[in-house]
Design a protein around this ligand. Structure first.
Ligand code: TYD
Ligand code: MG
Length: 454
């Protein structure tokens, strides 16, 4: 008698597993995210194969563990090395996620092209070797030590990698790879899990670092299942406005370094170019300030970053005012507008408000609040804020301006970029005293308006 193949259900949002379908995932609370996938056999599954028997493993005293050979591998792109925490750790699995067309394949091909000593195995399931070759030529080099392997069966990929033992392996992309131990189609939850687990096992056993590319869905989930993020060591997200030329690489998980580091690249005709000093690119070129813009001094991981916040306030054409924010939380914008209305008496309820962060940046640092309200007021009154002024402060519900973390670094960066005044909370403590920069302390929104727009 044939036994029915067992299936389980996975949540595409958090990876939670359940024996039966549910409308709402009990783990993350998301609706309609459960998908059916064949159950993994408990024994002899691909993820369990190749593990040494228990008797071969011994607990090791911590002080005797030899970590000296774990020197980091430089990838030849300074900014990528920096986000990884100083190069790639041998045997690590790094996931680069991003929307289609953002430049993941370009970035991963530029690594072997810019670091010619690295023997690289570039596995592609998306393009032909010819296409990769053409791209490499376009990126200005085909004399690297890189081999292109067009294969989608993960078993063959790993076999080839074992034979070659490269210094670095790149797999583009996880959605196109499949294993024949699972029956579902490539790109499904169980295939992605198996492929990632197989690559992780290969990386840990052989010490070869692996870069895995994954497409993300519109909601920002890598390959649908979040589970991939639990498996890999490092998750880098590649984002940016597709129309614009700037791309941002952000680390959202890093077992070997700090997260929320960010690197900026520019997409040019000959590939991605690193932008070493993003503040200089994100602050405006125009000499005399235009109304509706303000410079925020935000902190991105450990690095201070100054950029332009742009706002447009106009009378609402329709009955209800429109509010739209690009790169900024729309709910936070509504809150700040309510604070301006209620605590400072500005009538904005009948106005359309559009907000944009320069360079396709997505910000979540509350220190940007002050620049947001200044940009809104500046556009509302058509009053240009001087171009040598910047802001770093959080705005509270009662209109008070609250101090933000690591202010000294922000102040120093503002001074380095030639700003003359920085507005901060009156409760903030600033230790550094740069020569040409005046730190202006304001307690609340009315005080800020008085100091700035008088
Ligand atoms: P790609 O790396 O193929 O994206 P992904 O792998 O994330 O899907 O990048 C594709 C885009 O990059 C495409 O719109 C063309 C652009 N591009 C350049 O502008 N310059 C270049 O030198 C290259 C190689 C690509
Ligand atoms: Mg690609």
């Amino acid at each position: 008698m044939a036994t029915k193949a067992k299936t389980v259900f996975y949540c595409t949002s958090c990876g939670n597993e359940s024996p039966k379908w549910m409308g709402r995932c009990p783990a993350c609370g998301e609706w309609n995210t459960m998908v059916e996938a064949p159950a993994e056999p408990k024994k002899g599954s691909a993820s369990g194969a190749g593990c040494p028997a228990r008797s071969e493993r011994r607990p090791q005293p911590l002080r005797e563990i030899d970590y000296s050979q774990d020197a980091r591998i430089s990838l030849g792109l300074g900014e990528v090395d920096r986000i990884l925490g100083g190069g790639m750790v041998p045997g690590s699995l790094v996931l680069i996620g991003g929307e289609p067309g953002i430049g993941k394949s370009t970035l991963s091909l530029q690594i072997p092209l810019s670091c010619k000593d690295l023997r690289t195995l570039y596995v592609t399931g998306e393009e032909s070797a010819r296409q990769v070759g053409m791209r490499a030529r376009r990126l200005g080099g085909d004399d690297s030590n890189c081999s292109i392997f067009c294969e989608t069966l993960i078993g063959s990929v790993i076999e080839e990698a074992r034979a070659m033992m490269p210094d670095l392996m790149i797999v583009d992309s996880v959605q196109t790879m499949y294993t024949d131990t699972v029956e579902s189609a490539p790109g499904s939850v169980s295939q992605i899990k198996e492929v990632a687990a197989a690559l992780l096992r290969f990386a840990k056993e052989s010490g070869v670092p692996v870069i895995l590319i994954g497409h993300i869905t519109k909601d920002g989930y890598i390959a649908g299942p979040k589970i991939l993020e639990h498996i890999v060591d490092v998750v880098l997200q590649f984002e940016g406005e597709n129309r614009g030329s700037y791309r941002i690489l952000r680390s959202i998980k890093n077992r070997f370094g700090s997260t929320s580091e960010l690197a900026v690249f520019e997409m040019t005709g000959s590939g991605l170019r690193e932008v070493a000093n993003p503040s200089e690119m994100l602050i405006p070129m125009h000499e005399q300030g235009l109304s509706g813009t303000a410079i925020a001094a935000m902190l991105d991981g450990t690095r201070p970053l100054l950029f332009e916040v742009q706002a447009l306030v106009s009378s609402a054409v329709y009955g209800t005012a429109q509010r739209s924010a690009t790169g900024f939380d729309a709910r936070r914008l509504n809150m700040l507008l309510a604070v301006l209305e209620k605590r400072a008496g500005f009538h904005l309820s009948a106005k359309d408000v559009f907000l944009n962060m320069a360079g396709g940046l997505r910000v979540s640092d509350p220190a940007c609040d002050l620049a947001v309200i200044c940009a809104v007021l500046s556009s509302n009154f058509d009053f240009a804020i001087p171009s040598d002024v910047c802001f770093a402060g959080e705005v509270g519900l009662s209109g008070e301006i609250r101090p933000v973390g690591q202010l000294d670094r922000r102040v120093q960066e503002a001074a380095r970029l030639g700003f003359r005044r920085i507005f901060v909370s009156s409760f903030a403590k600033v230790e550094v005293k740069p020569e040409n920069l005046r730190v202006v302390k304001v307690a609340d929104v009315p005080a800020l308006v008085k100091a700035l727009f008088k």
